[in-house]
Design a protein around this ligand. Structure first.
Ligand code: ZN
Length: 296
C-alpha cells in the first residue's frame, strides 16, 4: 500500500503539487513545502546531449551546484543583501557578522569597506571554502545543512547571523536552531530571508534548477519555532510580488535562450493547468520575506 506523504515536522497530511523535476508536498497545517531527494524523469533528460543542458542546469547536483565559485572574480558587487545590511548596521552596535552560506563573500568585502567589523561566512564545500578565503580574505568555515553538528565554525558568539536565501536547503530546522542559539549573542540579531512557499516559487525552482531547495519555510512557522527558542520577533517585511513566468522567462540573451524560454513558458502553463484545483491566483506570484529576530 502506498503511504500518503506526511509533513516532516508536524506529521500531518500534505497536498502533492506536481512539478517538472519533482513532486512537492505542501503541509496544510504549517504551510511549509517539501521536496523529496530524487529527481523525476523530465523533458530536460532528453536534451542531455544538446546545448540546452547548460541552460536547463539539468546536470547539477549538490556536489557541483556551486562550483562556479571556484572561478569567481573579486569585484565591486552590491546586491539586496548589501543594501539591507548598509541600512541595518547604521543604528546598531554590530562588530561580528556570520553570513551562513554567504559565498562568494563579495557582499562581505563591500560591507567591510564602510564598516569596521568582522565578516565571516560559511560554505559546505571544503574546496570552495578555501578558495573564497584566498580570494576575499574573509574567514570561511564549513557548515553543511545536511550535517550541522559537524560544522567547523569556531565556538564564539556573533552580533548578527544572516541566513540569506539558504535556509531552504536545511532539512533539519531543530539542529539549525540549536546552532543559532549557541552562536547569536544576547541582544544579537538573526536575519532570515527567503521565498514565500507557494506554487510560483516551486515551479520556478523546479524548472530552473536540478538541485532546488528542500524546504520552503512559511514565515509564520519560522516565527513560532524561533520564538520558542529564545528569539523574539523584531521585524517582518514582505517584498513586491512578481509574476513568475514574466520574471524568469521573458528576457532572452541569445537564440538558444529564447527557445529555452519558450519551452519553460510552455512547461509553466502545463503545470498551472495540472495543479489548477490546488492553487489560487496569488500562488502564481513570487513573493519574498525577511524576518529579523532579536535574541533574549
Ligand atoms: Zn506541517
Amino acid at each position: 500500500m502506498i503511504k500518503r506523504y506526511i509533513c516532516r515536522i508536524c506529521k500531518n497530511k500534505t497536498i502533492t503539487i506536481s512539478s517538472l523535476r519533482f513532486l512537492f508536498y505542501k503541509c496544510k497545517i504549517c504551510n511549509n513545502i517539501y521536496r523529496p531527494d530524487h529527481n523525476k524523469f523530465n523533458i530536460f533528460d532528453y536534451l542531455k546531449k544538446t546545448s540546452f543542458v547548460k541552460l536547463s542546469n539539468n546536470y547539477k547536483n549538490k556536489k557541483n551546484q556551486f562550483e562556479w565559485y571556484l572561478n569567481f572574480k573579486r569585484k565591486s558587487y552590491k546586491d539586496d543583501k548589501y543594501f539591507f545590511l548598509t541600512k541595518f548596521l547604521k543604528r546598531k552596535k554590530i562588530k561580528k557578522i556570520l553570513d551562513i552560506s554567504g559565498a562568494p563573500g563579495l557582499t562581505g568585502i563591500e560591507i567591510k569597506k564602510k564598516n569596521k567589523l568582522n565578516y565571516e561566512i560559511t560554505e559546505y564545500n571544503d574546496k570552495i571554502s578555501k578558495h573564497i578565503k584566498k580570494i576575499t580574505g574573509l574567514s570561511t568555515y564549513i557548515l553543511d545543512f545536511d550535517n550541522i553538528k559537524k560544522n567547523k565554525v569556531p565556538n564564539k558568539k556573533y552580533d548578527l547571523i544572516l541566513i540569506w536565501y539558504s535556509i531552504y536547503y536545511c532539512k533539519n530546522i531543530v539542529h539549525l536552531i540549536d546552532f543559532l542559539k549557541k552562536r547569536v549573542k544576547k541582544n544579537g540579531y538573526l536575519v532570515i530571508s527567503q521565498n514565500i512557499p507557494n506554487f510560483a516559487a516551486i515551479t520556478k525552482f523546479s524548472i530552473t534548477e536540478s538541485y532546488p531547495p528542500y524546504v520552503l519555510y512559511d514565515h509564520k512557522f519560522l516565527v513560532q519555532k524561533f520564538q520558542k527558542s529564545e528569539f523574539n520577533l523584531f521585524d517582518l517585511k514582505f517584498f513586491e510580488e512578481k509574476f513568475f513566468i514574466k520574471q524568469y522567462f521573458f528576457k532572452s540573451k541569445s537564440f538558444y535562450n529564447f527557445i529555452y524560454n519558450i519551452i519553460c513558458i510552455l512547461i509553466s502553463v502545463y503545470y498551472i493547468i495540472t495543479n489548477y484545483f490546488k492553487i489560487s491566483f496569488t500562488d502564481l506570484f513570487l513573493k519574498d520575506y525577511l524576518v529579523i529576530f532579536k535574541k533574549n
